[in-house]
Design a protein around this ligand. Structure first.
Ligand SMILES: [Zn+2]
Length: 395
């Protein structure tokens, strides 16, 4: 005998069916009701009922008729791309970005607020302000808020365990935002979010089942998608390669140890090696300095070339270890260091080739993500869409 009340069971079944139909429409649309029934193994009556509900909610629309297979040509349906919007936030290290993202990952509106050294409660105030601004601009129903942020994040609980630059420890950001704005919230580490964004919206053609996205920016970190699922790890630290020590007694790292990958492979590390450690690459200077380094690099300045290519080789070594552990063939690089272009990517590739078993290395495809799209915003939004609508963004 079931312990669940029948009503709850019915509701759960219905919710499951709605998610199944929506997922099918999202992945395959435009598609007919009959085709949905075939793919989902639901009865035609169930599919028709579910679709009627989705049409009422204006999540789905009819878009003409498909080819006839003898009888009357079937009506085709698809998910309306901007039927719902998600507020996507990227709590970056220098600025917070807020955006309104639709169901296909198109950004409808975007705003940036400089952090200017704010942390703790003041930084939280900035997050609230950004959400309020997005609420004012939203012209479609909102699904919720997706937050991508650096640091160690308990995504299931929506808790920021540790975000060093914002001075947040065990901050229950999801419940704070849920209570304040009455919307569902997902919080995810920005490197994990980026992996999800590349997986969900970045791939053209068929999605790879497995993917490693490696960020080489101010910090270094990776996000891993395996079997279509975002890997979080036992302690939500999967992909935290930036603080693995790679140089014995190396330079001091902001985490308190010495010789972490971040001290040799990040944008910060490149600046430090060019200007001497301890130089302040504070907010507005850092981009200018990185631009200057890039110009010197492109002019063929030997010292800059040596530092940048060495950064690439260190990153390649870390990627080789991940490939060795997981045998993932698709690697996508992103972050400000990727602007050093092909010579830097070649140094990453070369080291991966040298440090990986030949059989594994031969099929590895290392590329750079399209710049210009905010991967943390898109990935956090994708996670929210998955949780709310069951869209197959991580499958
Ligand atoms: Zn470290």
């Amino acid at each position: 005998m079931s312990l669940l009340p029948t009503k709850a069971t019915h509701r759960q079944t219905r919710e499951f069916n709605v998610r199944l139909v929506l997922r099918c429409l999202y992945d395959l649309g435009p598609v007919s009701r009959a085709e949905i029934a075939r793919r989902t193994h639901l009865t035609r009556t169930t599919v028709s009922d579910v679709v009627a509900g989705l049409l009422d909610e204006e999540l789905v629309e009819e878009v003409g008729r498909g080819p006839s297979s003898g009888g009357k040509a079937p009506i085709l349906l698809r998910v309306v791309p901007d039927a719902r919007l998600v507020i996507g936030l990227d709590l970056g290290e220098e600025a917070f970005t807020g955006a309104l993202v639709d169901l296909r990952g198109t950004i409808h509106h975007e705003e940036r607020i400089a952090i200017e050294g704010r942390d703790g409660t003041a930084a939280l105030g900035l997050v609230y302000r950004l959400v309020e601004r997005m609420l004012e601009r939203a012209e479609r129903p909102l699904l919720g808020i997706g937050v991508g942020t650096p640091g160690v994040i308990d995504t299931a609980g929506g808790v920021i365990r540790w975000a060093v630059n914002l001075d947040w420890q065990d901050l229950a950001l999801a419940s704070l935002l849920e209570r304040r704005f009455g919307l569902p919230v997902q919080v995810v580490n920005d490197c994990r979010a980026a992996a999800l964004a590349i997986y969900a919206f970045g791939a053209t053609g068929s999605r790879p089942a497995n993917l490693i996205a490696v960020k080489a920016g101010k910090g270094v970190g990776a996000g891993i998608v395996m079997g279509g699922e975002l890997v979080h790890g036992d302690g939500y630290g999967a992909g935290e390669i930036g603080h693995v020590v790679v140089v014995e007694d190396g330079d001091p790292c902001r985490c308190g140890r010495r010789g972490c990958l971040e001290t040799v492979a990040s944008a910060h590390a490149i600046m430090d090696h060019l200007e001497g450690p301890g130089t302040d690459h504070g907010s507005d200077d850092s981009e200018a300095t990185l631009d200057q380094a890039r110009e010197a690099f492109e002019r063929g300045d030997a010292r800059v070339q040596s530092v940048v290519l060495s950064a690439g080789r260190y990153l390649g070594g870390a990627i080789a270890a991940m490939i060795g552990a997981m045998d993932i063939h698709r690697v996508v690089l992103h972050g400000s260091v990727t602007t050093f272009g092909e010579p830097w990517v070649a140094s990453v590739r070369e080291r991966v080739g040298q440090r990986t078993l030949g059989l594994l290395a031969s099929d590895v495809d290392i590329s750079v993500a399209d710049s210009g799209s905010n991967l943390a915003v898109l990935g956090a939004s994708a996670l929210l869409m998955t949780s709310q609508l069951g869209l197959s963004l991580t499958r």
